[in-house]
Design a protein around this ligand. Structure first.
Ligand SMILES: [Zn+2]
Length: 284
């Protein structure tokens, strides 16, 4: 009961005001009855719909949220409770966010010359084992890559395009469609893996978007979140990620984060924005 009254201070004031006036005036019985009647009606209205209709009607301060704002608020509401934009598995590396100087990672060689962050070895190996059980022989094309190595790949690609007759500017542009500028590749973190299958590689096709025509790629996409991975550069998101569609590039973010990202159809950039928004709103 007590709560009810404290929730509706505006309406209560209004009622009190009315009642006092009536008392002062010492009106005849009839109008007293009338005022009692009014009070009751008002009270009933407050009791029945205090927070919904009552508050909405009486408060002019807040505009109702648009459908888009409601959707956005619901997204923030549904974020994994313990996730933080500063979590190790959510490090964002892209063109605007180059790998921090001095970033250190403990690497484990899971295949000859293929290293990944030791913290993702278990989920990665479980995923590969599950693929095998499902009948897919995966080919682990790339894991950790040093900045120097990325620089070499980058330079080689630019040179190749120039040999094909492109200008330097064109060669750079074409290179950057698929090869990240050194320090801006997620592979520097040891949390990203390029995966196709053995058959695909044996047929001479490399890391190309059309790998998504293969059943193994479908299987990878269907199961990735269970192992904490996301498809990092989904089709049609290059304006958000800065990287064209890569059907083979998966990124470890942890199971809870991955499940949320996949369910909501987001990219990592958007997910981190949502987390940051929640963090600033709770600081205020
Ligand atoms: Zn990759």
């Amino acid at each position: 009961m007590k709560n009810k009254w404290t929730i509706i201070p505006a309406s209560l004031l209004l009622l009190t005001g009315c009642a006092q006036e009536q008392n002062k005036a010492t009106e005849p019985e009839q109008s007293n009855e009338q005022s009692t009647g009014q009070t009751e009606t008002a009270t009933n209205a407050n009791e029945s719909g205090q927070s919904e209709s009552g508050t909405t009607e009486s408060s002019n301060q807040e505009e109702p949220l648009s459908a888009e704002e409601q959707k956005h608020a619901a997204l923030i509401e549904a974020l994994p409770e313990d996730a933080s934009s500063t979590d190790w598995n959510l490090i964002l590396v892209n063109r605007e966010n180059p790998l921090p100087e001095g970033y250190e990672t403990n690497l484990v060689e899971v295949e000859p010359q293929k290293e990944i962050d030791e913290r993702i070895v278990e989920p990665f190996q479980n995923w590969v084992a599950a693929a095998k059980e499902a009948g897919y022989q995966l080919y682990f094309a790339s894991g950790y890559r040093s900045v120097e190595r990325q620089q070499n790949n980058y330079d080689r690609s630019v040179n190749n395009y120039m040999k094909e007759g492109y200008s330097e500017a064109e060669a750079i542009e074409k290179t950057e469609e698929y090869i990240a500028v050194p320090r801006s590749s997620e592979h520097h973190t040891g949390l990203a893996v390029d995966i196709v299958d053995q058959e695909w590689i044996a047929s001479g096709k490399g890391l190309i978007p059309e790998y998504d025509t293969q059943p193994s790629q479908h299987w990878l996409e269907e199961t990735m979140a269970d192992y904490g991975f996301i498809l990092r550069y989904p089709e049609g998101t290059s304006d958000l990620t800065g990287i064209n569609y890569e059907s083979w590039h998966f990124r470890y973010v942890g199971k809870e984060n991955a499940q949320y990202i996949v369910e909501q159809g987001l990219v990592l950039e958007q997910y981190i924005e949502l987390l940051k928004e929640r963090e600033t709103s709770t600081q205020e």
